[in-house]
Design a binder for this molecule. Structure first.
Ligand SMILES: Cc1cc2nc3c(=O)[nH]c(=O)nc-3n(C[C@H](O)[C@H](O)[C@H](O)COP(=O)(O)O)c2cc1C
Length: 317
């Protein structure tokens, strides 16, 4: 069993220590482990050209990034694609994952499993599982968007998240070694990921804290008011992470998120929900393709608009 770890914290910082603790537990169960600190890699930000999307959505062909071979993204992705388990350990910065991780994950669009399945570039979903860790200097509310954002990065790869943890109130590098309960929790996470890699994939279930989060599907704590989907479907309330739909009810004095019968139609953690999104994107792109002339004419006044544009000093030199 191969487990690959990704972190983006300080050297011997809290994220790295928690990842190493999870690794140690997994190694005791027979795992081979390898990790990367994203700060050691060259990762160019996605420029948004959408050439990968055009290839797959319009032509049904294997998408390719224009930066292929120009940085280390392919090298890291190759490790992720070959792993049975993945452990992501990223600090919370301004409530969210540290920015380098987001830059890395934006480059995953050409690897979108549901889209590759849809155009028959791959035949089956790779069977991979993950555990997610975040470390922050404050309490959960100050880290509120981090675990959901880490989870979001897993769905394009159809990776089943089996456990996740927040290490709260660890501010200085190595601070977490003072908190034995967090070290023990990281150990359990490592064991859960290792255990899940040895379980038949259809039977892999959530192994984390049972009561974590509102959403019974992804255990995220982010709910939003429902808004109409492209096919007209509207739920009362939706999970902002996975898109499962339902409503809020009172059960034994507690407010709970109860799933609708068709809750999973747009749920992103399943390929079927993202397949639906594939056709939405096709439709939206088609509207733009059909109206190229109008877009050109309507953009004219913005092209001619006179404004001073700040340029990088680096580029001027
Ligand atoms: C720019 C910046 C923003 C931060 N924002 C938050 C935050 O919103 N919530 C939080 O709990 N901690 C925040 N922190 C603290 C770090 O998450 C904390 O120090 C963490 O332990 C760093 O992980 P590391 O030791 O793996 O590098 C922030 C730190 C920095 C540098």
């Amino acid at each position: 069993m191969r487990i690959f770890g990704v972190h983006a914290g300080r050297r011997m910082g809290n994220s790295e220590i928690l990842l190493r603790e999870a690794f140690m537990a997994a190694q005791e169960m027979g795992a081979e482990v390898e990790m990367v600190n994203l700060h050691d890699m060259k990762i160019l930000p996605c420029c948004g050209c959408e050439s990968c999307m055009m290839k797959i959505i319009r032509d049904g062909k294997r998408p390719e990034c224009i930066y292929k071979g120009k940085d280390d993204v392919e090298l890291i992705m190759d490790k992720i694609l070959k792993a049975d388990g993945i452990i992501i350990s990223i600090p919370s910065f301004i409530l969210q994952p540290q920015g380098l991780y987001k830059i890395f994950v934006d480059r995953w669009l050409p690897y979108e499993i549901a889209f590759l399945l849809e155009v028959n570039i791959i035949e089956t979903t790779p069977q991979r599982v993950a555990g997610l860790i975040t470390a922050g200097g404050s309490t959960p509310n100050w880290m509120s968007l981090t675990l959901p954002a880490l989870q979001m990065s897993m769905f394009t790869q159809s990776i089943k998240v089996v456990d996740q943890m927040m290490a709260t109130q660890v501010a200085r590098p190595g601070h977490v070694v003072l908190k034995s309960e967090l070290i023990a929790r990281a150990r359990l996470l490592g064991q859960n990921v290792a255990k899940a890699t040895m379980t038949p994939y259809e039977e892999v279930k959530w192994l984390g804290d049972e009561n974590q989060g509102w959403c019974p599907i992804c255990h995220s704590n982010l709910l939003m008011q429902g808004t109409p989907h492209w096919d007209g479907l509207v739920y009362d309330v939706e999970c902002a992470m996975c898109g499962a739909g339902g409503t809020l009810c009172s059960e034994e004095g507690r407010t709970v998120f109860v799933l609708a019968e068709n809750a999973l139609k747009h749920c992103r953690v399943f390929s079927e929900g993202r397949r639906n999104h594939f056709y939405e994107l096709r439709q939206v792109h088609e509207e733009a393709f059909q109206n190229q002339e109008k877009i050109k004419a309507g953009s004219e006044k913005y092209r001619n608009h006179d404004v001073t544009i700040l340029k990088s000093q680096e580029k001027i030199k």
